[in-house]
Design a protein. Structure first.
Length: 454
C-alpha cells in the first residue's frame, strides 16, 4: 500500500518588464516581446511509498518536463524521467528499491523556454517488510449542493465557492482526508490533488472555481501508516458565465439514448459525438421537483428556461408525439462554453436576442423529425438557433452570423467599435439566408478541449 506525505513548496522568480505592447511611433522600432526567463513553480509534491516503490507526484504552474534524481546518499546519480513531454501534472514511480531504506530525491521541471526549476532534497523511506498494508475505510456519501451559491447570483461573479461534504471516517488510525479533482469523469489519484483535511470530524472542504466548465471530485482517506483508501463516489458540477455552480446528475436512460443513437464510425468527426454521463437536473415544468428552478440565470442575459423552453424544445411537449415519448425532459445537457459564446454575441449585438432552439433531448429531437433519431448538435448542448431580431432582414442576419463565426471580419461593414471585430469561434454556421429568419451556430469541436462530460 501507499504511504503518503504532503509537502507544499513553491519556487518563484519574479522579473518585471515594461509593457511590450505599447504602440510604437512611426520612427520607433517595433517592440520585441521579452524572452521568458521565469522558471516553473513546483507545488503539491506528494510521495506514495511501498516496500519497493516510491511514486512521486507534483504540479507546475506551466507545461514542463518531469525528472527525478535520487539515491541513498549524495551525489544523487540515479535519474528517471518521462522524456521531453511537457505537462503540468507530474507523475513518476521509482521501482526496484530496498524495503525499509531511506532515499533522497530531488525534482526537476524544465519549461519550453528551458527555464529550470529544481526542488530541495526530500528524504523518504520505503515501507519495512511486514508493515501495516491494510487500507482504511472508504469515504461515503460525498455530495455538493444543487446550486452554489444559494440564492444564486443574478449578476456576474468572477469566482464561486463550492463546498464538498461527506460522512465521517471512523477508523482509529485515521490521518487525513484527501481531495482529488479533474475536468473529466473518472477521477483517479493521478489527477489534481487539491486539498487535505487533517481533522477526522471535519467533513467539508471548500474549493474556489473560476471560468466555465465541468469539474469532478473524489475523496480518499490516508491512515497513519500511509495507506490510501479506495475512491469515494464521484460528484460533478458545472460552472456557467454568471458564476453559478450547478450539481450534475446521472440519468442512465438519457445516457443510453445517446449510446443507442450515435452516428456510425464512418461519419465525419465521430469522436465529437460522445454520450454524456451527467446532466443538469431541472424543474422544467415548475412543479417543485427539487431540480434547478427554471428561471435561474446561466449568463448575464440568459436564464435556464431560454435553453430548454425554446420553440423546438418545449419541455412541456414530453407526451407521446410522432411515436416518441420524451421521458427525460427534466434533464439538460448544456455546454458552459456555448452559453459563454452566446452571451458574448449578445454583448456585441448590444440588445436582446431570442433563441429559437438550444438543448433538445435525444427523444425530443426524434419527435421533431417524425420519430427518426438524428445527430443534431442540439442534443449535445453546444448548439443554438438565434432568431433574427429584425424579422427577415438579411443585413441583420449577416451581422449576427459574423459575430458568431470563427473568423475576424475586420473588412466587414458590420465591424466597428461597438460590435467588435472578433467572432465567437463557431465551428459550424448553418445558413438560413434565403429568409434571414435565424442562424444556427455550434461549437462541436470544443468538446475535446479543457473539460468533458463523457
Amino acid at each position: 500500500m501507499y504511504r503518503g506525505f504532503l509537502l507544499l513548496l513553491s519556487f518563484i522568480v519574479i522579473q518585471c518588464y515594461s509593457n511590450p505592447y505599447d504602440l510604437p511611433t512611426e520612427e520607433a522600432p517595433l517592440p520585441v516581446e521579452p524572452k521568458d526567463t521565469i522558471p516553473p513553480e513546483i507545488s503539491q509534491v506528494y510521495f506514495y511509498t511501498t516496500t519497493s516503490t516510491i511514486r512521486i507526484t507534483w504540479q507546475t504552474n506551466e507545461l514542463a518536463t518531469t525528472r527525478v534524481y535520487y539515491g541513498i546518499s549524495s551525489p544523487l546519480n540515479q535519474v528517471q524521467d518521462t522524456g521531453t513531454s511537457l505537462t503540468q501534472t507530474h507523475d513518476i514511480t521509482i521501482s526496484g528499491l530496498n524495503a525499509g531504506t531511506r532515499y533522497t530525491f530531488k525534482l526537476e521541471s524544465v519549461d519550453a523556454s528551458q527555464n529550470k526549476a529544481v526542488s530541495f532534497d526530500f528524504s523518504i523511506q520505503t515501507l519495512s517488510a511486514g508493515s501495516d498494508s491494510t487500507p482504511p475505510s472508504a469515504v461515503t456519501n460525498v455530495s455538493v449542493p444543487l446550486i452554489s451559491p444559494n440564492p444564486p447570483y443574478t449578476t456576474t461573479a468572477t469566482s464561486t465557492n463550492l463546498t464538498i461534504s461527506w460522512d465521517a471516517n471512523t477508523d482509529s488510525d485515521f490521518a487525513a482526508y484527501q481531495i482529488y479533482r479533474s475536468t473529466h469523469p473518472g477521477v483517479s489519484l493521478s489527477d489534481d490533488f487539491v486539498g487535505t483535511v487533517s481533522s477526522q470530524s471535519t467533513t467539508t472542504w471548500t474549493d474556489t472555481l473560476t471560468g466555465v466548465g465541468y469539474w469532478y471530485y473524489v475523496v480518499v482517506v490516508q491512515d497513519t501508516s500511509g495507506n490510501i483508501s479506495s475512491l469515494s463516489n464521484e460528484v460533478a458540477v458545472a460552472r456557467y458565465p454568471i458564476g453559478n455552480i450547478f450539481r450534475l446528475e446521472k440519468n442512465s436512460t438519457l445516457t443510453n439514448d445517446y449510446l443507442n443513437n450515435l452516428p456510425p464510425a464512418s461519419s465525419p468527426a465521430p469522436g465529437y459525438y460522445q454520450a454524456p454521463t451527467v446532466f443538469l437536473f431541472c424543474d422544467a415544468l415548475n412543479e417543485n421537483n427539487g431540480g434547478i428552478p427554471i428561471n435561474t440565470k446561466l449568463a448575464e442575459n440568459f436564464a435556464l428556461y431560454e435553453f430548454v423552453w425554446s420553440s423546438t424544445a418545449h419541455a412541456w411537449n414530453h407526451s407521446t408525439f410522432n411515436g416518441v415519448t420524451d421521458t427525460t425532459f427534466n434533464y439538460a445537457n448544456l455546454d458552459p462554453s456555448m452559453v459563454n459564446h452566446l452571451q458574448n454575441i449578445r454583448n456585441k449585438w448590444g440588445g436582446p436576442l431570442i433563441l429559437n432552439s438550444s438543448y433538445r433531448s435525444v427523444q425530443r429531437n426524434a419527435q421533431l423529425y417524425g420519430g427518426t433519431y438524428t445527430y443534431s448538435r442540439h442534443q449535445y448542448g453546444d448548439a443554438v438557433d438565434i432568431a433574427n431580431p429584425n424579422g427577415n432582414d438579411y443585413t441583420t442576419w449577416e451581422r449576427i452570423a459574423n459575430m458568431a463565426t470563427a473568423f475576424r471580419k475586420q473588412d466587414s461593414p458590420y465591424c466597428n467599435s461597438s460590435t467588435g471585430c472578433s467572432g465567437e469561434g463557431a465551428n459550424f454556421i448553418e445558413s438560413y439566408a434565403a429568409t434571414g429568419t435565424w442562424i444556427h451556430a455550434d461549437w462541436r469541436y470544443e468538446r475535446n478541449f479543457s473539460y468533458q462530460n463523457y
